[in-house]
Design a protein around this ligand. Structure first.
Ligand SMILES: [Zn+2]
Ligand SMILES: [Zn+2]
Length: 215
């Protein structure tokens, strides 16, 4: 079943409301929708949601679809922000377009390329896919925060997890960018690392936001 983009947006919003925000239903009006909108009908006719007293309820069959839609959205965010470095409004718009292109299989490839990230750049959990569970089972999860590396350890920067653009700029100015090599030379009392030929010192809070693929 391939849903329209509008229908995907609704089920995504509804899943977040019920699974993460403690709500039970969604008022279609808050999404600027009429209860008889075509996208709503698309979801009810596929038995993914239910319309009761004019409110939208997610059905058990809809939960998995909602979960996977949220997963694609948050993976798209990671890709846009960490790899393509699109952090402004256009980036957010592109996320919203791009998530609908991440069909089955493509999301797995991107997830694997990003090394099965567990959170989006805003700190929200990314619902794990089969690929993530498999990687966890086989212990193939090589990405850890810099704070979990030992001094003398070398790795490749996988992604930066911060939504603070000042911190991001500071790190980028140091050359802390996905794909670059990083060598931790000291882990206490502050973190000292080498990127290229330069050496930098940062505090624990910042070190926790740098994710490294151990080599
Ligand atoms: Zn997010
Ligand atoms: Zn994965």
């Amino acid at each position: 079943m391939k849903l329209s983009e509008k229908a995907e947006d609704i089920i995504e919003r509804l899943w977040i409301e019920v699974e993460e925000e403690g709500g039970a239903f969604l008022d279609p009006e808050t999404m600027g929708l009429a209860a008889e909108a075509e996208s709503v009908r698309e979801l009810t006719s596929n038995a993914l949601i239910e319309l009761r007293n004019g409110m939208l309820y997610i059905r058990p069959e809809g939960r998995e679809v909602g979960r996977m839609t949220v997963r694609r959205h948050r993976l798209a965010e990671r890709l846009m922000m960490d790899v393509l470095n699109l952090r402004d409004e256009t980036g957010q718009q592109k996320v919203c377009q791009f998530e609908h292109l991440l069909t089955e299989g493509v999301d797995t490839k991107i997830c694997t390329m990003l090394n099965h990230p567990t959170t989006c750049p805003h700190g929200k959990p990314i619902p794990p896919g089969e690929c993530c569970l498999e990687a966890r089972r086989s212990g193939d999860l090589g990405v850890v925060p810099l704070t979990e590396c030992k001094s003398g350890q070398e790795g490749e920067i996988a992604y930066i997890q911060t939504d603070d653009s000042k911190k991001m700029q500071k790190l980028m100015a140091m050359g802390v960018l996905p794909g670059n090599r990083i060598l931790l030379t000291q882990a206490f009392p502050s973190y000292i690392f080498k990127v290229g030929f330069s050496e930098f010192a940062i505090d624990t809070a910042l070190a926790r936001e740098i994710f490294v693929r151990k080599l």
